[in-house]
Design a protein around this ligand. Structure first.
Ligand SMILES: [Zn+2]
Length: 276
């Protein structure tokens, strides 16, 4: 069975295609991704997220956690991705190690990821982690968002980490602390190194930087940041030089923090332009 789907109709057709080959077009994101669905699928309907995949991985506990994550990410960003359409999460039975998971609507998580968990008897905790990760990308990595605020592509992962940490902060404090401590060292290492921060922005450092600012100003500053940045009518980031992007970013972060953070970013060798 071959079906062409768009993201708005995905759920309807995914239920039909219990077994077979599915061709998926996600406008503006990635065209013609192909999935082989070889296991019987079940669909579980949540408030914000519908889950499609074989039991026991597709269960109400998982969809409940993803729904909670959705609400928290909405709270953090003030954004409803995909014009508020419900997001599908496909536990895809394709046995591929190429991509473990992909953001978009639907989010897809290949078998390589969820089958390992079963062997570990780990009650899918890694699957929750993957779900939070990709869902965070849908709030903070979707193209229209990326074009406005991200200084470099590595910031897509940095902001994703911020969203995921916000979820953990509210639902799983030990995991939050564990990841938080892992984010600390890249920034410290990086700030010691004079060579690395010219035009290269490592993703771990981006995440560390955003989390470091959480330590200083709390998540509320990022809430202000997201709400302000969406009001800007400034066109795509490609229209701006790297210096202009960095200057704009620093200006918006400073506004959200209520403090001029130019020196903070200069110390990290952010290439802030003269128009900043
Ligand atoms: Zn990612």
């Amino acid at each position: 069975m071959a079906l062409s789907l768009d993201r708005r109709r995905f759920l309807k057709y995914a239920i039909v295609a219990a077994v077979g080959s599915v061709l998926v077009a996600i406008p503006g994101y990635e065209l013609y991704r192909r999935w082989q669905i070889t296991a019987q699928t079940v669909t579980i309907e949540g408030r914000y997220v519908d889950l499609i995949g074989p039991p026991p991985y597709a269960n109400m506990e998982l969809v409940g956690k993803l729904d909670t994550a959705y609400e928290l990410l909405l709270d953090l960003t003030g954004v409803r991705p995909y014009d508020g359409a419900k997001i599908g999460v496909l536990l895809d039975s394709v046995d591929s190690s190429e991509y473990q998971a992909l953001a978009g609507n639907p989010i897809t998580v290949v078998r390589h990821c969820w089958q390992e968990l079963h062997q570990q008897g780990n009650c899918c905790s890694e699957l929750y982690h993957t779900g939070y990760h990709e869902l965070s990308h849908d709030f903070m990595g979707i193209p229209e968002f990326d074009r406005i605020i991200f200084v470099t592509d590595e910031f897509v992962e940095g902001f994703r980490a911020l969203g995921q940490q916000y979820v953990y902060y509210h639902v799983d404090r030990p995991t939050y602390e564990e990841w938080r401590s892992a984010y600390r060292w890249p920034l410290e290492e990086y700030s010691k190194n004079q060579f690395l921060f010219e035009y290269r922005f490592d993703r771990d450092v981006c995440a560390s930087m955003l989390m470091d600012l959480v330590d200083r100003y709390g998540f509320d500053m990022w809430k202000r940041f997201f709400r302000n940045i969406y009001k800007l009518d400034i066109g795509p980031k490609e229209d701006r030089t790297m210096e202009e992007r960095c200057s704009l970013f620093v200006r918006c972060v400073s506004e959200a923090a209520g403090e001029d953070l130019t020196d903070y970013f200069k110390n990290l060798r952010f290439p802030i332009g003269p128009t900043g």
